[in-house]
Every structure is written in C-alpha cells, then in structure tokens.
Design a protein. Structure first.
Lengths: 113, 113
C-alpha cells in the first residue's frame, strides 16, 4: 500500500517570500506523484505531476517540485508567493497502471501581506 | 468542455434516510473516481470505474454504499441508511487513463443530522 505524509499542516509566509511545502511518500513500487491545490469552496486543481523523466517538474502559477527517489520526497516550491496562493495544497501518489490516488492530509498555505 | 459536474452541491438529510449523488465527468474520459473528504483531511479513495466497469472498491466502502456507471458516462453514488459519520464532502473526478491528471468536480457536501 502507498502512503503520503505532508510534513506541515500549516505554513504561514509573507507575500513575495519563497515557500516550500514538504511531501514524503511510501511505496514499494513505481509511482506517479501529483500536487493539487484547493481554493475555498472549489474542487481540486492539478498544479503539477511527475510521471517519469526529469526529476524537476514545473507546474502552473510558478510552482515547481523535485522528485527525490532516494529520499522518497516530492517537495513543492515557489520562489515568490502572492496573496492569491493562499489555499490548501495536497500531495498525492498513484501506482503506475492503477487507478486510485492516495492523498496526504494537506498543507494550508497562508500568504500574509 | 464544461468540466466535471456534481449534483446536488449540498445535501442535508436525517439519519436513516437514503441519498443519491450524481457525477457527470468530462465526456471523453474513460475513468471516473469517487473520493470522500472530511474536514482537515485529504480525499480518501472510495471506488473507480473504467467505462461502465467498477474496477476497485475501497474497504472503507461499507455495504450501505453503492456506485454505478451504467452507460460509461455519468455515475451515481448512493448511501443507504445514512449515519452521522457519513457527513463529508463527496468528490468525483475523471481522467483518460492511469497516470493522467484527474479532473475534480466541486463536490457534494453531505450533512447527516
């Protein structure tokens, strides 16, 4: 079975500061990795995904993530955040060839002016 | 393409009643997923379909829960004899295949009183 641990439940940060949201996963087989964002009263939206190839993945809204197989991590980063980035962020893993995704419990990013 | 839609958006019901939710996926997508999300947690996988075939059900899904996707298009999730513990947001998502981005609907919020 797969599991995902998001190491920080809440991350407060000032506007224009850099941010890193941490995600570790556990799996005995190859996985696909995802980061989703959820704004209040909305569904989840994909930020970026890692399927294979380059370990540095760039997504929407200036976010990027790096897949580290040896550390089983997939941390999300943004060099300069905006107020509009305030939202809940979820890391997810799915097994190659399977259907479901396993999600972490989320990290609430709060960007302060 | 209008995205994934879910109806109703909100449902309040009394304990013991049956409820049914509907999900309309993106029309070209073969796969359809149901997840449940409670406050402070990430989405938990319930079940998924490839076309009309239900390929996997979570052990979380008790006998009171049933899902269908009769023609490989829309899907319904029924909960019989609802309990207060069923109160949650029920999310539907669709995708082309495994490893692809899952597109989420806005969810149906169920409150059991």
């Amino acid at each position: 079975a797969q599991s995902v641990t998001q190491l920080d439940s809440q991350v407060p940060v000032f506007e224009e500061a850099p941010v890193e949201l941490r995600c570790n996963y556990s799996s005995s087989v190859s996985v696909y990795l995802f980061w989703y964002v959820q704004y209040p009263n909305q569904g989840l939206q994909l930020l970026l995904k890692y399927l294979s190839g380059s370990t540095l993945v760039k997504g929407i809204n200036g976010f990027e993530a790096e897949f580290n197989k040896s550390q089983t991590s997939f941390h999300l980063r943004k060099p300069s955040v905006h107020i509009s980035d305030t939202a809940e962020y979820f890391c997810a893993v799915s097994v190659s060839g399977a259907g479901k995704s396993t999600f972490g419990d989320g990290t609430t990013l709060t960007v302060k002016p | 393409d209008t995205g994934v839609s879910q109806n109703p958006r909100h449902k309040i019901t009394k304990r013991g009643q049956n409820v049914t939710f509907r999900c309309d996926p993106i029309s070209e997508h073969n796969r359809l997923y149901w997840y449940r999300q409670t406050l402070g947690q990430g989405p938990e996988f319930l079940t998924y379909f490839q076309n009309e075939a239900q390929l996997e059900k979570s052990r979380l899904l008790s006998d009171r829960f049933s899902a269908e996707r009769p023609k490989g298009s829309f899907s319904t999730l029924e909960i019989q004899r609802t309990e207060q513990g069923d109160s949650a947001m029920y999310l539907c998502a669709s995708s082309f295949t495994s490893g692809d981005e899952q597109y989420f609907g806005p969810g149906t919020r169920l409150t059991v009183t």
